[in-house]
Write a protein that binds this ligand. Structure first.
Ligand code: NAD
Ligand code: UDP
Length: 310
């Protein structure tokens, strides 16, 4: 049994990770300030004696004796991270410093939930880990993109300077049950709109692409990364390489929900990346991992979830 701290544990990804690590018999501390997360996401775990819920903001230090840390605390959807961009940057930077400081003192292994956003609007396709990215440092997405890039820098420097045992994963667009229905990300938006027979909001022409990964595949990859040999620190891409345009995504959602919704076209937000697709050769080689759940199957499960809560 390990004592594991998950920051951002009441969020979409964090709640699935808490569930998985508890199932394996670990002692889990779920830390969250509930900015975008929700107690409902982890309510079913509260009776488990190995589960502890802590309301805390990771921009201030947190003290506990732990063996492993998953650092997930950070709003992830553009409307939420742009709501208070200065706070987003503080969460990424101070949050990384505080969790790395904890890892340094306790000797815990620490994993950073980084993102495909570190590649910005990529000029290399698909994106490999060795690509340094094409990120606007002064745009409306910068608080998130540059915050995550700075936290990768901090992870590498704590590793080089202090020998902290780090792991960096770069997560590509992930979806599934427990996404916040109001969080503004494309999969949740389209599903909620389709289920309510409201207009489907396509930003721009809808020809921009993303590669969507189902949550269960990500959790498998994350836990494999944490358990991998200490000499493999990443960064490693975790995503599903199957790439879709937003128009293709909309048509799949409409087909599965049998919805009467119509498409409407709205302006493309600033700095919206045109394409995104992970090269996952490194994850295959080092973690023996690849995603198993394709978009159609994952959408069916996610639509069932949203249908049950709307
Ligand atoms: P989410 O918004 O559902 O979860 C983030 C959690 O962090 C929430 O519970 C929120 O309340 C908490 N949080 C935010 N600021 C905090 C702070 N200052 N102190 C403590 N808790 C705080 O988003 P998610 O999709 O579950 O994302 C989790 C992590 O994975 C994030 O770091 C995100 O950047 C990263 N990520 C997610 C995706 C994706 O597609 N979902 C892609 C790339 C990276
Ligand atoms: N998008 C869209 N309609 C929406 C929400 C998003 O067309 O209602 C587009 C958005 O402009 C982007 C893509 O879908 O091109 C993915 O957006 P999301 O916010 O889910 O993730 P990210 O841009 O961070 O990859």
């Amino acid at each position: 049994m390990k004592r594991i701290l998950i920051t951002g544990g009441a969020g979409f990804i964090g709640s699935h990770l808490c569930e998985r690590l508890l199932k394996e018999g670990n002692d889990v501390i779920c830390l969250d300030n509930y900015f975008t997360g929700n107690k409902d996401n982890i309510r079913h775990l509260l009776d488990n004696h190995n589960f502890e819920l802590v309301r805390h903001d990771i921009i201030t230090p947190y003290y506990a004796e732990v063996d492993e840390i998953y650092n997930l605390a950070c709003p992830a959807s553009p409307p939420h991270y742009q709501y208070n961009p200065i706070k987003t940057m503080k969460t990424s930077v101070y949050g990384a410093m505080n969790t790395l400081g904890l890892a340094k003192r306790t000797g815990a292994k620490i994993l950073q939930a980084s993102t495909s956003e570190v590649y910005g609007d990529p000029e290399i396709h698909p994106q490999v880990e060795s690509y340094w990215g094409n990120v606007n440092p002064i745009g409306i997405r910068s608080c998130y993109d540059e915050g995550k890039r700075a936290s990768e820098t901090l992870f590498m420097d704590y590793h080089r300077q202090n020998g902290v045992k780090i792991k960096i994963i770069r997560i590509f667009n992930t979806y599934g049950p427990r996404m916040n229905p109001n969080d503004g990300r494309v999969v949740s938006n389209f599903i909620v709109q389709a289920l309510k027979n409201e207009d489907i909001t396509i930003f721009g022409t809808g020809e921009q692409t993303r590669s969507f990964q189902y949550i269960d595949d990500l959790i498998e990859g994350m836990t494999r990364m944490m358990r991998s040999d200490n000499s493999f620190i990443g960064p490693v891409n975790l995503g599903n390489p199957n790439e879709f345009t937003m128009l293709e995504l909309a048509s799949k959602v409409l087909e599965i929900t049998n919805s009467k919704s119509k498409l409407i076209f709205l302006p493309l937000p600033g700095d919206d990346p045109r394409q995104r697709q992970p090269d996952i050769s490194l994850a295959k080689e080092k973690l023996d991992w690849s995603p198993k759940i394709e978009l159609h199957e994952g959408l069916i499960k996610t639509i069932e979830y949203f249908d049950s809560i709307i």
